[in-house]
Design a protein around this ligand. Structure first.
Ligand code: FHN
Length: 501
């Protein structure tokens, strides 16, 4: 295949930077294990699933995350007092402590469900906005760490059914997004702060073991219930799986993952769900990924494509520095601009990842006005440039300082963020490449651009160059995409003698 040939040639020409020998986190360059060991609780699925559902996941490019729950009511403050310095994030407001925390705060929080009545909520409005923004999938919080279920779960009383609102929110969201052609993944926190059967440490006494066994049975029931109730969903996005109690339950979690997959063929589960018998999370003791995609890129992304070693991944991102649930007050915080977010989006897709942007609607079911504005700006950009975003793959070229490369079939895209002052966009291609840019245009309006082969003849340089000339009169206040047609090289790079010194 021509595509493969180009990739190989380009990869051979790429400069690989040094990878440090050891890296302790689950994100970043990884150390190869020296000796593989026998594991009973390793991966249940192949490293690179080839089925249709996973191919679809790879083609999403852009998704929306929604964090919605009781924390939307306070919106990171209470009676005019900000929780900014007292809680880790807006959706963590139940943990508010220190001098600013209201008296009896946890009790107040736990009673918030009696006020949950989002009259302004219309799942259709959210779904249409997401579609206009260009999201191809949604990750929606069915329950966060507080344990409040947005669906009428049979297995707890702490659900939306007990609130004045009463109706099944998960159903409305799943139906509305599915109707707009947006795939739905359900976020599910294992950890529950106010469930009396939950504990963070590994249960040790008989009493603790019995309690935690109840919690595990409850978790299983809820997950099977979600699959039963919402069969359209494509996957689960698990969270809150870092406590020792869950880590020690590896036999249970292994069997549960199997059961969920058997019940729902094609189900996609990321690397956060479970660990092996040695407590290794995301990647087992042999370094194999535990799940279908890397799920550790939260508010961060890989510096180099090579770190990913071909794995699938997503990057989930907040608009404020941190804070996933509604934050009434954005003042005094840097909130990412649409340029920041488009840059992150293109960075992700250029490395075969999906970029997922988080929204935190308020207690009435409306998005923050800042989110509305960003959704519109991103959507306007994607409408013009989506070809460079969806269904694309890593181009196999060394990174450009001008922007990000993506590739689809015989098309190479460069999304330009840094326009050169001389208006010449220079693209480095290995001299051995069998496919090179043969034509170029502006994706925005189809205008053809002058393309020249430039053989620099630099000693020790394995590249040859293609220059695209930007018309001086072309002005863009946003990143823009150059679309190149790939074909056989028309001219060969001259063979020059290496300098003898
Ligand atoms: O603690 C949560 C946090 O509130 C939020 O839900 C994010 C989303 O990725 N996940 C957790 C931290 O990893």
């Amino acid at each position: 295949m021509r595509y493969n040939k180009l990739i190989t040639a380009l990869l051979l020409g790429a400069i690989f930077t040094h990878i440090p020998a050891a890296y302790s986190q689950w994100t970043g360059p990884r150390k190869k294990v020296e000796k593989r060991i026998d594991l009973k609780y390793g991966p249940l699925t192949p490293a690179h699933r080839k089925d249709e559902a996973m191919e679809r996941f790879r083609n999403y490019g852009f998704g929306q995350f929604i964090h919605w729950g009781l924390y939307a009511i306070p919106g990171n403050e209470w009676n005019g007092v900000s929780a900014r310095k007292g809680a880790a994030a807006s959706e963590w407001i139940r943990t508010w402590s220190g001098p600013t925390a209201p008296k009896n705060w946890k009790n107040i929080y736990d009673q918030l469900y009696k006020q949950f009545n989002p009259k302004g909520f219309d799942a259709g409005v959210w779904a249409r906005q997401a579609k206009e923004m260009g999201a191809k999938y949604l990750i929606f919080t069915t329950k966060h760490h507080d344990g409040f279920a947005l669906w009428p779960s049979k297995y707890t009383d702490y659900t939306v059914q007990k609130s004045p609102y009463k109706q099944d929110i998960v159903k409305q969201v799943v139906d509305a997004y599915t109707a707009e052609g947006i795939d739905v993944f359900l976020y599910f926190s294992i950890m529950e702060w106010n469930n009396s059967n939950y504990m963070s440490k590994a249960p040790s006494t008989a009493g603790e073991k019995a309690k935690f066994a109840k919690f595990l049975a409850y978790t299983r029931n809820q997950l099977l219930e979600l699959l039963e109730n919402y069969p359209q969903i494509k996957g689960f996005w698990f969270d809150g799986t870092w406590d020792q109690s869950w880590i020690q339950a590896y036999d249970f979690t292994y069997k549960l993952e199997k059961e969920l997959r058997d019940k729902h063929p094609g189900l996609i589960i990321g690397s956060r769900f479970r660990n092996d018998e040695y407590g290794k999370r995301h990647f087992d003791s042999n370094g194999d990924m535990l799940g279908d995609y890397e799920q550790g890129w939260e508010r961060k992304m890989p510096k180099e494509f090579e770190w990913l070693e071909g794995r699938d991944w997503d990057c989930v991102m907040t608009i404020p520095p941190n804070g996933w649930g509604y934050m009434k007050d954005w003042s005094g915080l840097y909130t990412k601009t649409s340029d920041d977010l488009i840059d992150m989006l293109m960075n992700c897709v250029s490395m075969n990842g999906n970029f997922v942007l988080n929204f935190g609607p308020d207690g009435n079911g409306r998005m923050h006005p800042g989110e509305d504005r960003l959704a519109k700006e991103i959507g306007d950009w994607i409408k013009v440039n989506g070809e460079a975003v969806y269904g694309v793959r890593h181009a196999g070229l060394a990174p450009s300082r001008l922007g990000y490369f993506t590739r689809k079939e015989d098309n190479l895209y460069l999304t330009v963020f840094n326009r050169p002052v001389n208006n010449i966009v220079r693209i480095a291609v290995p001299k051995t490449a069998t496919e090179v840019p043969v034509a170029a245009k502006l994706l925005q309006n189809g205008q053809s651009l002058e393309l020249k082969h430039v053989d620099m003849g630099l000693d020790l340089d394995k590249n040859t160059y293609y220059d695209i000339v930007l018309p001086e009169v072309y002005v863009s206040s946003k990143p823009f995409v150059l679309k190149m047609q790939l074909g056989s090289p028309k001219t060969q790079s001259e063979k020059l003698m290496d300098a003898k010194m």
